[in-house]
Write a protein that binds this ligand. Structure first.
Ligand code: NAP
Ligand code: GCO
Length: 265
C-alpha cells in the first residue's frame, strides 16, 4: 500500500462549527495532512476569531458565516466555496450544541433546537455537498457523533436522540451513496476537554474535582478526559484514501469508555 493514501494533499475539507473546539483541531490536523481548509460558524465574530486562530497556527483557512440549519444559507455557502475555493472533497459535520435539562423540564422548543442543529444540520449539509461529490467521483463525509449515540444519561435526552439519529443517518448515507464512491462514517468522541464540557469539569469550591469529572475518570480505562488532539488522527484516516473501504462505521475515540463497566468505587 502506498502510504500517500493517508495524505489529504489536493483535497478541500469543509468543517462546520470549526472556529474552536473539536472542529478547529480536526481542521488544523487535516491542514497539516495537506488539505485546504474551509470552515463556517454561526456568526461573523466567531468566524473572525477562527480565522485569527488558524492564521496563528500557520494555516490559511477560508471562513464563512452560515447556520447549518438554514437551507438557503447552506446553498449559498456551498456555491461560494465552489466559486472561491473549489469543490468540496471532505465534509465534517461538527457543529453542534447540547442542552442539559431534565427531560420533563425541557420545552419542546428546546428539544427541537438541539435536534435541528445536531441532526437536521448534518442532513442539510450532506444533502448540499453530495451532488458535486457524485460528479467528482468521490467524497468523504464524517459525522461527529457521541457516546450518546450509544448511551443515555440524565438531562441529555435531546442530545442523545440527535446523536443516535446521526449514527443512523451516517449508516444511511453510506447505504444510499456508497455506490458513488462516497464514504460516510462517524467519529464518536468520548468525554473531551472543550468549552462544551467545561461545566462538567469545574473545580468545586473546596478545590476538589467536579463529581462528574471524577465519574468520567472512573469510567475511562485511560483514566483521563480526551483532548481534541486525540481526535485528529482518526479524522485524517477517515478523510483519506486509506479508508476508502470503510463505510457506515462509527469510530469511537473514547479511551475505552464503551468497553468498560467502570472502576469499582
Ligand atoms: P463547541 O465547543 O460547543 O463548538 C461547537 C461549534 O459549533 C461552536 O463554534 C458553535 O458556535 C457552532 N455551532 C453551533 N450551532 C451552530 C449552527 N447552527 N451553525 C453553525 N455552527 C454552529 O463543541 P465541541 O465540544 O467542540 O463539540 C463539537 C462537536 O463534537 C459537537 O457536535 C459535539 O456534540 C460533539 N462532541 C463533543 C464532545 C465533547 O466532549 N466536547 C464529545 C462528543 C461529541 P457557538 O459557539 O455559537 O455555539
Ligand atoms: C454530557 C457531555 C457529553 C459529551 C459527549 C460525550 O453532558 O454528557 O456533554 O454528551 O459532550 O457527547 O460523547
Amino acid at each position: 500500500m502506498d502510504m500517500k493514501a493517508f495524505s489529504l494533499e489536493g483535497k478541500i475539507a469543509l468543517v462546520t462549527g470549526a472556529s474552536y473546539g473539536i472542529g478547529f483541531a480536526i481542521a488544523s490536523g487535516m491542514a497539516k495532512a495537506g488539505a485546504t481548509i474551509v470552515f463556517n460558524d454561526i456568526n461573523e465574530e466567531l468566524v473572525k476569531k477562527g480565522l485569527a486562530s488558524y492564521e496563528e497556527a500557520g494555516i490559511k483557512a477560508h471562513g464563512y458565516v452560515c447556520d447549518v440549519t438554514n437551507e438557503e444559507q447552506v446553498a449559498e455557502l456551498i456555491a461560494k466555496i465552489e466559486a472561491e475555493v473549489g469543490v468540496i472533497d471532505i465534509l465534517v459535520n461538527n457543529a453542534g450544541i447540547i442542552k442539559r435539562i431534565p427531560m420533563c423540564d425541557m420545552t419542546a422548543a428546546q428539544f427541537r433546537q438541539v435536534i435541528d442543529i445536531d441532526l437536521n444540520g448534518p442532513f442539510i449539509m450532506s444533502k448540499a455537498v453530495i451532488p458535486a461529490m457524485i460528479k467528482k467521483g468521490h467524497g468523504k463525509i464524517i459525522n461527529i457523533c457521541s457516546m450518546m449515540s450509544e448511551l443515555g444519561r440524565e438531562t441529555v435526552s435531546a442530545y442523545a436522540a440527535a446523536k443516535g439519529g446521526l449514527k443512523m443517518l451516517t449508516k444511511n448515507i453510506c447505504s444510499e451513496y456508497g455506490a458513488y464512491n462516497i464514504q460516510c462514517n462517524g467519529i464518536g468522541p468520548g468525554y473531551i476537554e472543550t468549552p462544551q464540557t467545561a461545566p462538567l469539569r469545574e473545580r468545586q469550591p473546596d478545590g476538589s474535582r467536579h463529581p462528574f469529572d471524577q465519574f468520567i475518570i472512573a469510567k475511562t480505562p485511560a483514566e483521563r478526559w480526551g483532548t481534541t488532539d486525540d481526535l485528529v488522527g482518526p479524522a485524517i484516516f477517515l478523510a483519506s484514501d486509506a479508508s476508502n473501504f470503510v463505510n457506515g462505521h462509527i469510530l469511537y475515540v473514547d479511551g475505552g469508555i464503551l468497553a468498560y463497566i467502570g472502576k469499582q468505587p
